[in-house]
Write a protein that binds this ligand. Structure first.
Ligand SMILES: Cc1ncc(COP(=O)(O)O)c(C=O)c1O
Length: 425
């Protein structure tokens, strides 16, 4: 008899992109056109993303598209002038890149603890990290809250902390495209706003970074973006993304040879460019931009389907409590869910996580762990020793990301819940 859990059904990965025919047509159109990189698709995607995170207010937010989320982090830290002698506060419950990009800038990383249930860095955890950094003699320059799984860190408090301490803000929103921050009371305009609209009131600078990796809510293949509202800061992000090059003599500093910059009519010479600081090539290609622009058109639909699946999970997992609990909800945002990071009491179930993952896999259910706390990585342990971050360790011990992607059917959630019940009982 067919297994009622598996029943010949396809394997369910923990995340998967949703590519449709219009995505394929959009990419094919670029391949048939004149531009493979930095053409009209990149510009159109930047405009559309800026409009989306600016809640439709054209011109309120600027977006710079780039190669991936890691590149976006590097650009953000570099544009804020973070470098050797500085430190960035990074929650330990994140992907490697939030910390590595700070280190690439030459900065130290002041790892912060997280709430063991939500996996998010709060104000108290950020303050403790700042205090530890001060003891180490580091100059803390920025907070880098991570909007884990699609829920925002408590931004009202973190914005206030950044202002009080004169820190910049780099929001790692790689999980949170489409999430709405409801803590509008602290925003200059008092509005709730999609993540990425920025916090203009943060004097030391505020930037948000996104990833469009295929497991994220919208996919570019590889892709990322930086958004912000400060024109000078965003101009620096844009320059750094493309070798630090400037083509407009008005934008440049004193060019070594002004004759080379301008023609007889006072217009820039066609070959002219200048460089005020070394940048990167972190550009997005038009091929990737066409895909992610097409996907952006379906972001609302993706968010809606993910929300519906999460509501179903809450229902179907309820009978498995207290062994299994759905992700802990925070009140200050309307999440665009990226991960269904369930919390499982493996000890009480008498099964190791490894055994549970293997057994689920045998039943056709893929899972993943987000994340091994970054401060436990050998590189960081060699650098800083063994930090005590109990919230991050507790979150790590209990977390298991269950399948969540828009093409899942309602029945797939039943299947995951039934598989979990079987494996844990
Ligand atoms: C929280 C977080 N930050 C940064 C990144 C880096 O993004 P990318 O993989 O696009 O470089 C990721 C993606 O895995 C992420 O999940």
């Amino acid at each position: 008899m067919a297994d009622p859990v598996r029943a010949g059904l396809p394997f369910l990965p923990y995340g998967r992109q949703s590519v449709e025919e219009d995505d394929i047509a959009a990419v094919a159109a670029v391949l048939r056109g004149d531009w493979l990189t930095q053409g009209p698709a990149v510009a159109a995607f930047e405009r559309a993303l800026a409009k989306w995170v600016g809640a439709g207010r054209v011109g309120a937010v600027e977006a710079v598209a780039c190669a991936n989320g890691t590149a976006a982090l590097r650009l953000a830290y570099a544009a804020l002038g973070i470098g050797p002698g500085d430190a960035v506060v990074v929650p330990s419950n994140t992907f490697l890149a939030t910390a590595s990009a700070a280190r690439h800038a030459g900065a130290e990383v002041a790892f912060a603890d997280v709430d063991p249930d939500s996996g998010l860095m709060g104000v108290a955890e950020a303050e403790a990290a700042i205090a530890r950094a001060a003891k180490a003699g580091w100059r803390v320059r920025a907070l880098a809250p991570v909007h884990y799984a699609g829920q925002t860190a408590p931004m009202a408090g973190l914005v206030a902390l950044a202002q009080a301490e004169g820190l910049a803000l780099v929001e790692d929103a790689c999980h949170a495209i489409g999430t709405v921050d409801l803590s509008g009371g602290d925003r200059a305009d008092g509005q709730e706003a999609p993540v990425g609209a920025g916090h203009a009131e943060v004097e030391a600078g505020s930037l948000t970074v996104f990833s469009f990796h295929p497991v994220k809510t919208i996919a570019a293949g590889e892709g990322g973006a930086v958004t912000g509202t400060d024109p000078a800061l965003m101009a620096r992000v844009r320059r750094l993304c493309n070798h630090g090059m400037m083509r407009d003599p008005g934008e440049g500093e004193a060019f070594a040879d002004p004759d080379a910059a301008l023609d007889a009519g006072g217009k820039p010479n066609p070959w002219y460019y200048e460089m005020a600081e070394p940048g990167f090539n972190h550009r997005l290609s038009d091929i990737h931009a066409a895909l992610v622009l097409s996907q952006l058109g379906r972001l609302d639909r993706f968010i809606g389907r993910r929300a519906a699946l999460m509501a179903l999970y809450a229902e179907r997992l309820a009978p498995l409590a207290p062994l299994v609990r759905p992700p802990a909800l925070v009140p200050w945002c309307r999440p665009a869910w990226h991960l269904c990071a369930a919390r499982i009491d493996f000890e009480a179930a008498g099964r190791t996580r490894s055994a549970v993952m293997t057994a689920l896999r045998a039943l056709g259910v893929g899972t993943q762990v987000h994340y091994i706390p970054v401060h436990r990585q050998p590189y960081w342990r060699r650098r800083y020793g063994d930090l005590a971050l109990p919230g991050a360790m507790s979150h790590y011990a209990h977390t298991l990301s269950l399948p969540l992607f828009p093409a899942m059917a309602d029945g797939d959630v039943d299947r995951v819940a039934a598989a979990l019940e079987r494996v844990l009982s």
